[in-house]
Ligand binder design. Sequence first.
Ligand code: SF4
Length: 183
Amino acid sequence: MVDGNVKRVLRRVTGKRLAGEELWVTANHLLDAKRPGDFNQAMMELGAVVCTPRAPACLTCPVLELCATQGELAATTKPAPQKQREIHYSLHCRDREIFLVQRSSDASLMPGMWELPELPGMKRTASPSFTLRHSITVTDYKVHVWHAAAPSRCGGKWIPVGRLKQVALTGLARKILRKAAIL
Ligand code: SF4
């Protein structure tokens, strides 16, 4: 999962102005394959709590010795402009279970991780349950979440809510489930 916080950490740790696929390749290279969910969460929290945009707390940072910049990456080139996109997801619950789908093991982004089913071609004829913003690489998403069943044959699985902490969720799925007070 490479959100805005993770991008900043990756750029500062490597000392490179990484963009697009380079960010994913670097994140995959660092990923602990045995505990991808914990790694994902740790990276996001490092960016949110320690390696903050304006005042990184380098002296207390757990990866200080691995970090190429130990502070702000010198501004050289302008970052690429972000694309804007709207996307819709199904949040379908029953009896303390939630319906999730697993990304393909050969997907270029977040292979094997679990997420909410996408609702392709959703028309805005009604209001979604809630909306949030999320950035991945060079795209800013406006994410609409609907309390609606997933499309048939999307190949998902009912997961008990009590097991969600052991599931390798994408950062966006985690964000949606937190907003819905499920995680
Ligand atoms: S040492 Fe500083 S710049 Fe590097 S990751 Fe830690 S907080 Fe960020």
